[in-house]
Design a protein around this ligand. Structure first.
Ligand SMILES: [Fe+2]
Ligand SMILES: [Fe+2]
Length: 255
């Protein structure tokens, strides 16, 4: 017989429940923007340059919020591919507990970054809708889906053959996104006086202005880039040389 008198107590959800890149203060966000704008872009590989060129051709060279939603739509795709590959590796190494833990640590990292990209997409989509910007089915639903489909398969195929190339492609993508967000804020000083929508404040944090919100997203992209660059040094799960995880190394690199 089913017992219907039991109760279940769950902790109240909080921002910390969504682990991810650090949230910066307004002063730190401005410093992060200056640092990005003064740092040269990475030397992008052929695949990344093709992807950015294609985006420019379809959505125009001008930086816009609508174009950023397209970027965010495909940004989580490599993390999904790596998560899938991580679980395959986990089942292969399940009898070696130390290695299995390191593989699982990286799976957790890919999930956190996927979630972070998902918040970016939701925030951008919310701002686009508030501004009443037009999005067509072909350009803003079908085309990004096709690009994401292609990018997903490139990411996992590269990961299978040369995982460091898969991480490098993502580092290029994240570096591009970091510079695009920070440059967009620099090009639109009026955003300093536009209050940030509170739609996802409980999940992503509160920001005084749209400028700060976009700077925070830009800084998240920098963290994603640094994580990928660190993972490039130990791309295969069995190659991690000591108990120090890539996430530990990335944390050190960000300091
Ligand atoms: Fe993003
Ligand atoms: Fe990102």
């Amino acid at each position: 017989m089913t017992n219907t008198t039991q109760t279940l107590t769950r902790p109240a959800p909080s921002v910390s429940a969504h682990a991810g890149p650090p949230k910066l203060s307004p002063v730190e966000l401005r410093a992060a923007q200056i640092e990005t704008l003064e740092t040269p872009r990475l030397k992008y590989g052929l695949l990344a340059r093709m992807l950015f060129k294609q985006m420019d051709l379809v959505y125009g060279r001008e930086r816009t919020l609508v174009k950023f939603t397209m970027l965010e739509f495909i940004a989580r795709v490599p993390y999904q591919a790596w998560e899938r590959m991580g679980y395959l590796s986990l089942s292969r190494h399940r009898r070696r507990s130390a290695l299995a833990k390191r593989v699982y640590e990286r799976i957790v990292e890919t999930r956190e970054e996927q979630d972070n990209e998902q918040w970016h997409l939701l925030i951008l989509q919310d701002m686009v809708q508030r501004d009443g910007m037009r999005q067509s089915f072909v350009l803003h639903r079908l085309a990004p889906w096709l690009v994401a489909f292609f990018y997903y398969h490139v990411s996992w195929l590269l990961f299978l053959v040369r995982p460091e190339l898969s991480y490098r492609l993502n580092a290029d993508f994240e570096d591009h996104a970091e510079h695009e967000y920070m440059s967009y804020v620099a090009e639109h000083p009026e955003l300093e006086h536009v209050p940030a929508p509170a739609t996802y404040a409980a999940e992503y944090g509160e920001y005084a202005s749209v400028a700060d919100l976009l700077r925070q997203i830009g800084h998240d992209e920098r963290v994603h880039k640094l994580d990928s660059l660190v993972n490039m040094r130990a791309p295969r799960f069995q190659d991690v040389p000591d108990a120090r995880t890539p996430r530990d190394a990335a944390t050190t690199a960000r300091r």
